[in-house]
Design a protein around this ligand. Structure first.
Ligand code: DSN
Length: 430
């Protein structure tokens, strides 16, 4: 479809902004661990006339006519999700990860239940807002309690979580994280949940691609329900999914629709189906393992530069470092990196003395760079540039020089989703 051509004619102003963002994405080293590059096939499936159709309900049980093809698309996405993750049931309609989490809590915790307590990982320790953090509606609709990480090792302390779970007696325990650089022991979480009579929800949004590719243990055999976004390590469109045991399928489906959402985004469902097809390939398995190998190599490079890594390393896709040893706050460090073409986000570190808006840490990851084909050798350069950008944050010449080197490397590893002719190289800092 000539979508770009149409945009040029209809809305050149918007077209120009898209082109600028394309150039930015193409030449920047995308280090935000929750971002990635979707393939051209995923982008094409997501940009189709499927956006024109309303489909409230589920396949074969819709409220609108004309679902002959949409039903097949949703069924394809559902069957691929079940196959890739070995799940008993899949719902591919959540608009993203936050609605997926809310739907799961609503589905698993009956509105008449006396026990509506959820126990999740606190935001400063690496949990997500929707794991019951105080500013999230998940802590208004449910009585939310939070566990943390060990004060010394910054690792999950499963004995401490068990002790807290015995005190709280939650209806639901939530495991999973947005800023935890180590393997999560889902089997252990299942034991804890069983011991206190709770249901287990695993949010695998960050690691779904690693799970699909066998580079991180799967929560699916252990959790009553597993939620995920589809656009992080899984490399699909922006969307969400819920995988669950058959016993919970009905309440969870009803919580998604009609409980929380209206019509599913069918163009996104199509993109998810394509991403799951790609995730089932042998190449994706190699990709998932390379993400971890790259993360370990980048962690080594950063430690070599004197940076202090939370937990002292990484065994997934993500690294969290304290910028203080380089004399910077997290925000100063991330801003300097951004000027040098290294895109990251400032992030709290466990027991952070600073505010969440300008915390001590920076969160980076390797999923997107690995999608471009970078390997361990390039990670050594990236680690060096990160340190140089933070150290040289007051010196435009340093930032300009690093950005130039980053752009050169990115030009040599074209991003998926981009076709030649590639975007023109953006200007460096003045
Ligand atoms: N915003 C996501 C992240 O960056 O981790 C979580 O939803």
């Amino acid at each position: 479809m000539q979508t770009r051509n149409a945009l040029t004619h209809v809305d050149p102003e918007l077209e120009r902004l898209v082109q600028l963002e394309e150039a930015r994405q193409f030449y920047t080293a995308k280090l935000i661990p929750s971002e990635n590059y979707a393939s051209l096939a995923v982008l094409q499936a997501s940009g189709t006339v499927l956006t024109n159709k309303y489909s409230e309900g589920y396949a074969r049980k819709r409220y609108y006519e004309g679902q002959q093809i949409i039903d097949q698309i949703e069924e394809l996405a559902v069957s691929r999700a079940k196959a890739v993750f070995g799940a008993e049931h899949a719902n591919v309609q959540p608009y993203s990860g936050s609605p997926a989490n809310l739907a799961v809590y609503c589905g698993l915790i009956s509105k008449t239940a006396e026990n509506n307590r959820i126990l999740g990982l606190g935001l400063p320790a690496g949990g997500h807002l929707t794991h019951g953090w105080k500013v999230s509606v998940t802590s208004r609709f449910f009585q939310a309690f939070q566990y943390g990480v060990d004060p010394t090792t910054h690792l999950l302390d499963y004995d401490a979580i068990l002790t807290q779970a015995r005190e709280v007696r939650p209806a639901v325990i939530v495991c999973g994280a947005t800023a935890y650089p180590r393997i999560i022991d889902f089997a252990r979480f299942a034991e804890i949940a069983k011991e206190v009579g709770a249901l287990l929800v695993a949010d695998m949004a960050h690691i779904a691609g690693l799970v699909a590719g066998g580079a991180h243990p799967s929560p699916v055999p252990y959790a009553d329900a597993v939620t995920t976004t589809t656009h992080k390590t899984l490399r699909g469109p922006r969307g969400g999914m819920i995988l669950c045991k058959s016993a919970h399928a009905n309440v969870i489906d009803k919580a998604v629709f009609p409980g929380l959402q209206g019509g599913p985004h069918n163009h996104t469902t199509a993109g998810i189906a394509v991403a799951l097809h790609e995730a089932a390939s042998p190449e994706f398995r190699s990709y998932a393992h390379q993400i971890v190998a790259n993360s370990r190599a980048l962690a080594e490079a950063l430690m070599h530069e004197g940076l202090e890594l939370v937990t002292g390393g990484s065994d997934n896709h993500l690294i969290l470092f304290n910028a203080a040893p380089l004399g910077a706050t997290g925000k100063q460090a991330a801003s300097a990196m951004d000027l040098a073409g290294l895109e990251a986000n400032a992030n709290t570190i466990p027991f952070d003395p600073r505010s969440p808006f300008d915390p001590s840490g920076v969160r980076i990851g390797t999923p997107a760079l690995t999608s471009r084909g970078l390997k361990q050798a390039e990670m050594a350069s990236v680690g060096r540039w990160i340190a140089q950008a933070i150290r040289g944050r007051e010196d435009p010449a340093v930032l300009r020089r690093v950005a130039g080197e980053v752009y050169d490397l990115m030009a040599a590893f074209p991003a998926p989703g981009f076709e030649a002719p590639f975007p023109a190289r953006p200007a460096l800092l003045a």
